[in-house]
Design a binder for this molecule. Structure first.
Ligand SMILES: *Cc1c(COP(=O)(O)O)cnc(C)c1O
Length: 388
């Protein structure tokens, strides 16, 4: 029998890492001690108090049954309380908050609520890949917003063609940004609200890295902009904030009609988040910022070691990160991101992510993740020294 893939699967961008994956496999087969700076996944465990809350919740049989689609009311209230404390943003827990099975799930599903085949969405390039695949799965067309060094890696909405702005139905934004680490301030978001109002655009802002920041800097929420709730929503996640990537819990907040539409899509696909995980998420979000401060100082130490080392090697870092756990580094002249990444694996036993994997405008850069400890980062710099 011939198994024919759907057009939507065939329409996904090609997988560009075949050669790199092979180089990693070969290095492992040769018994090399690889340092993996490619993964955007915290290496430290979920804080103890969250695991204890989970253990307790597991023992309660009331938590073993199907969860409520819209999430526990106590979790939605806790999310609203967290937003108020963190950003000064008021949310109606009943209608403006929806827990998700990790934010990726909501990010990838939201186009199903608004995009018809042939509609389009504005997507930054480079970007976190689910923005693109979500639009493609809904049959939509992608209008690229290049993130360029000269614009501080923020999308330049005034450079978009008027007709592209008009025909788009939805726009994805992400600050602090993966992969570039760029951050948007409230005046940027104010401009986005006006742009969205003028063009009838639904704004989907991804704030997954809002709690990972340096030097006391506090990233802003899109919902801090005046009128933001009229035009869009913001996605958040416990994954990076609480080292809970495997747990699958996040949330979306903001415009009630947008939240309700995504809830309707989800009610037809999943059956909510395991209630024990929701109970643990309530404990995480209500725990104050001791853990967050410790995590920030952990990543800050690593960032400083890496920036220092890369600077000494003469590598160009267009924008040292104020937030996120990524460093976006220019590839040396005469090389492209894939061949440079492959060379680093082969000659230095180091894995980094080539910028091209995040989109065409990621070419010329590599992404280095701060998800290994300081000693390993120092070792990584020593290894780079030998080949650069
Ligand atoms: C890691 C990440 C997320 C979080 O994904 P979850 O599904 O919540 O684990 C969201 N957006 C970006 C840009 C990320 O890098």
């Amino acid at each position: 029998m011939r198994i024919d893939l759907s057009k939507r699967l065939k329409a996904l961008p090609p997988y560009l890492f075949v050669e790199i994956d092979k180089a990693v496999k070969d290095a492992i087969a040769r018994g090399k001690d690889l340092i993996d700076l490619g993964i955007g996944d915290p290496d430290t465990p979920t804080p103890r108090y969250i695991i204890e809350a989970m253990n307790k919740a597991l023992e309660d049989k009331a938590n073993h049954r199907y969860a409520l689609d819209q999430g526990l009311p106590e979790l939605r209230e806790q999310i609203a309380a967290w937003y108020k404390a963190r950003f000064g943003v008021l949310l109606d827990p009943e209608r403006e908050v929806l827990p998700l099975l990790g934010s990726k799930e909501g990010i990838a599903h939201i186009p199903l609520a608004f995009i018809n085949p042939g509609d389009s969405a504005l997507v930054p390039d480079p970007c976190y890949p689910p923005y693109r695949s979500g639009v493609i799965f809904a049959g939509g067309e992608i209008i690229t917003m290049p993130l360029k060094e000269e614009n501080g890696f923020l999308p330049a909405i005034d450079e978009l063609k008027q007709k592209d702005a008009k025909r788009a139905k939805l726009i994805y934004l992400n600050s602090p940004n993966n992969p570039t680490s760029a951050v948007a301030e409230v005046d940027f978001f104010d401009g986005i609200v006006q742009f969205a109002q003028k063009n009838d655009l639904i704004v989907c802002h991804d704030g997954a890295y809002s709690e990972i920041s340096y030097d006391g800097y506090r990233p802003k929420s899109f919902l801090e902009a005046e009128g933001a709730k009229e035009v869009g929503v913001e996605f958040h996640s416990l994954s990076k904030t609480f080292n809970m990537t495997g747990w699958r819990v996040g949330f979306v907040c903001g415009n009630r009609d947008v939240v309700a539409a995504l809830a309707k899509v989800k009610a037809n696909i999943d059956s909510g988040i395991f209630t024990a995980i929701q109970r643990a998420a309530i404990v995480a979000l209500s725990s104050g910022d001791k853990h967050v401060r410790e995590m920030q100082s952990l990543y800050q130490g690593r960032r400083d070691v890496l920036l220092n080392g890369l600077n000494k090697l003469g590598m160009h870092i267009p924008q040292p990160p104020k937030a996120s756990f990524y460093v976006w580094v220019s590839v040396p002249k005469g090389s492209d991101s894939s061949s440079f990444a492959k060379r680093i694996i082969d000659e230095a036993d180091l894995v980094v992510t080539p910028g091209i994997g995040f989109g065409k405008y990621g070419e010329g850069y590599i992404r280095i993740a701060l998800t290994v400890d300081e000693n390993r980062l120092k070792e990584a710099i020593d290894r780079l020294k030998k080949i650069i």
